[in-house]
Design a protein around this ligand. Structure first.
Ligand SMILES: Cc1ncc(COP(=O)(O)O)c(C=O)c1O
Length: 449
């Protein structure tokens, strides 16, 4: 099955076609708009074309980090969009700028455990990380940035954009930053910033952040923590079940900067990342003159502390409404994280009970299974076939490619007859996944047979 084949069930397409004319009449504050027949025809065509989309809203999609926003976020975004505020200068959206400050403060309390901070929403985790690395470059000019071999590719890439030297630090057998390798790089010198990841993209692995923070302090190096994916799992780092390893999450408070993506596990539509700085004084690196903005108030305008100019106030409104409905605690937003975590633990146990293997013990909600076959090439072939078989049943997985030499550190029986191994990868982000682990495990088992 190709991604260009129609993937949405006909009932979902029918629902999209029903919603289009309803939405068309709600898109203006000027009163109920008369349906423009030409626009309605285009929207119907759009609904039909959207059939060529994976069912991200359904448990059958258990692949990449994709899910629809919560209805409260969607409705709040749409409501604010009727005014289309811009969170650059304060007069672009006074109400939504205040909401942005409030939600950023909540995220700073959650991750950095402090009131004092500087931060703002961004269009993505990539841009949020770019901002953190920009500030790191300004704070430590002429130094190197280190990030783990399993860190998101954006760190090396954005260092290139910023003209900063970047070095990858080897990973341990569980996909975390290797502390010995980090210590070697720090002793080599010239390092200004270490990027640690709490929740890697491939496995959801948690770098040993406490020990990394100790090494950073010893070598007087900045610590940036990328929690774009993992940050909201802090809500489960309280010792209760289902939980996550508490120590790496507690150590986030020692970071100089942190990134979290509300558009991943914060129930938001795309276009909502966030960067936080522990020291508000780093705002000086953003100082710029703009003769045509910032004239309505002496209060700090969000554009004065952001590399982006125009940004959707609607994104702040959506996150604000979502966190009012689902506060940042275990009973609020934590409930969706707990369902995802529970699903991963359950699916991992079921897949193992079937005799298959996991690339690593799931630390968050990502499960990467493969069959217990003797060689790297046999595993890859079986997983490629399984991926296609699952898709023909309407179940959508993702794939992960890892180096065979690395995988053999935790699975030494695997024959090294190819440089890389492809496995299945499942991000179980939706609460619905927790209700369907038995079906998913059964389908994986049959597909790997
Ligand atoms: C750990 C991590 N950092 C950064 C990113 C990039 O975020 P975005 O896709 O929002 O640009 C991702 C995306 O998956 C991620 O998992």
């Amino acid at each position: 099955m190709e991604p260009t084949d129609a993937l949405l069930p006909p009932a979902d397409v029918a629902r999209l076609r029903e919603r289009a004319p309803v939405l068309a009449q709600l898109g203006s504050l000027a009163g109920e708009a008369d349906a423009d027949p030409a626009a309605l025809a285009v929207l119907d065509e759009l609904a039909v074309r959207l059939a060529d989309t994976y069912p991200y809203h359904d448990w059958h999609y258990a692949g990449q980090m994709l899910k629809p926003p919560h209805p409260v976020a969607w409705a709040a975004y749409a409501l604010a969009m009727l005014l289309n505020p811009n969170n650059h200068a304060l007069d672009g959206g006074p109400a939504t700028a205040r909401m942005e400050r409030e939600v950023v403060a909540q995220l700073a309390r959650l991750l950095l455990g402090r009131e004092q901070h500087l931060g703002h929403l961004t269009s993505s985790g990539t841009i949020a990380n770019l901002e953190a690395l920009f500030v790191a470059r300004e704070e430590r000019p002429g130094t190197r940035v280190l990030s783990g071999a399993a860190a998101h590719y954006t760190h090396a890439r954005m260092c290139g954009v910023l003209g900063v030297e970047h070095t990858a630090v080897a990973q341990d057998a569980a996909g975390r930053m290797d502390l010995d390798a980090l210590a070697v790089e720090l002793r080599r010198g010239g390092v200004g910033t270490v990027v640690a990841t709490v929740g890697t993209t491939s496995l959801g692995a948690l770098d040993p952040l406490g020990a990394i923070a100790d090494l950073c302090a010893e070598h007087d190096v900045r610590l940036h923590v990328d929690t774009a994916y993992g940050g909201f799992f802090t809500l489960l780092a309280d010792g209760a079940a289902p939980g996550v390893e508490a120590a790496p999450f507690a150590a986030i408070a020692r970071a100089d900067s942190v990134v979290i993506d509300p558009h991943k596990h914060g129930l938001q539509p795309y276009g909502c990342g966030c960067v936080l700085f522990a020291d508000p004084a780093v705002g000086r690196h953003y100082v710029h003159d703009s003769p045509y903005t910032y004239f309505t108030s002496d209060e700090l305008h969000l554009g004065e502390i952001s590399l982006e100019c125009s940004r959707p106030g609607a994104a702040a409104a959506a996150l604000w409404a979502t966190l009012r409905r689902f506060p940042l605690d275990r009973a609020g937003l934590g409930a969706t994280l707990a369902a995802a975590r529970g699903a991963a633990l359950d699916l991992g146990a079921r897949v193992r009970a079937q005799g298959h293997v996991l690339v690593a013990e799931p630390q968050l909600d990502i499960v990467c299974p493969f069959p217990r076959l003797s060689s790297a090439s046999a595993v890859s072939a079986a997983c490629e076939t399984a991926f296609d078989r699952l898709a023909t049943q309407g179940i959508h997985a993702a794939k992960l490619r890892v180096e065979t030499a690395w995988l053999r550190r935790s699975h030494p029986w695997l024959q090294d007859d190819a440089p890389t191994v492809t496995t299945l990868r499942h991000c179980l982000m939706k609460p619905e996944h927790a209700l369907h682990t038995a079906e998913l495990a059964g389908a994986i088992d049959a597909a790997l047979a």
